[in-house]
Design a protein around this ligand. Sequence first.
Ligand SMILES: Nc1ncnc2c1ncn2[C@@H]1O[C@H](COP(=O)(O)OP(=O)(O)OP(=O)(O)O)[C@@H](O)[C@H]1O
Length: 233
Amino acid sequence: MKPILECKGLSKKYNNMYYALTNLNLALAPGQIVGLLGPNGSGKSTLIKLINDLLVPTEGMILVDGMTPGVETKKIVSYLPERSYLDPAMKIKDMISYFADFYEDFVTDRACHMMTDLEIDVNARMRTLSKGTKEKVQLALVMSRDARLYILDEPIGGVDPAARDYILRTILTNYNEDATILLSTHLITDIENILDRVLFLKQGQIVLNQTVDEIRMNQGKSVDALFREVFRC
Ligand SMILES: Nc1ncnc2c1ncn2[C@@H]1O[C@H](COP(=O)(O)OP(=O)(O)OP(=O)(O)O)[C@@H](O)[C@H]1O
């Protein structure tokens, strides 16, 4: 099966001197939820930005469904960035219309249902919402697309623990099983139950690429316990 994401000898150097990613090789088959895990500064956001055409590789290549990141890949990738890019003056219902106009694969009914389930008033303006509620809105918009690849950069970082489970369930129930989700997070315990596979990134290189079942069976550990062992300070 053709990988949905492929990196070959991928390197990214900042300011012509510092390598944030070094010779990274990866092929992800579609239809899995993949955790991109690593300590601060290990290169997670750099990889995510390369996938989304916000950076260009210094060396090597990156392919999304066989294509170099650009206009065509943006049609099949739904991206939740680390920081909000939504206009604070806009009402949520206007944002739903805006997404529906912009993305052919946007499912308006799904977005409206998710806002109702999350008890978010679609008449509210973004600037009036708490940080966690803004994150929920953004995630709901991103998950309301019928994308092939979802890239979620820290999707539950600002959300309270009670809402995290709900959000993770929301991700799962709104996710088409042929699609792929790549998500970065430091909240491993919260998220490991929904993951099929994990990638550990250390100093710009992938040091582990295994399914969660392989980790549990072969190492007899949870992903969180293995992470703490591999990245002990
Ligand atoms: N615009 C930039 N200019 C120079 N160096 C950068 C830039 N962006 C990131 N870096 C450096 O590249 C390395 C990887 O950063 P990156 O943001 O990809 O890590 P991360 O794994 O996402 O970290 P965190 O978990 O803290 O978000 C870090 O050493 C960082 O300082």
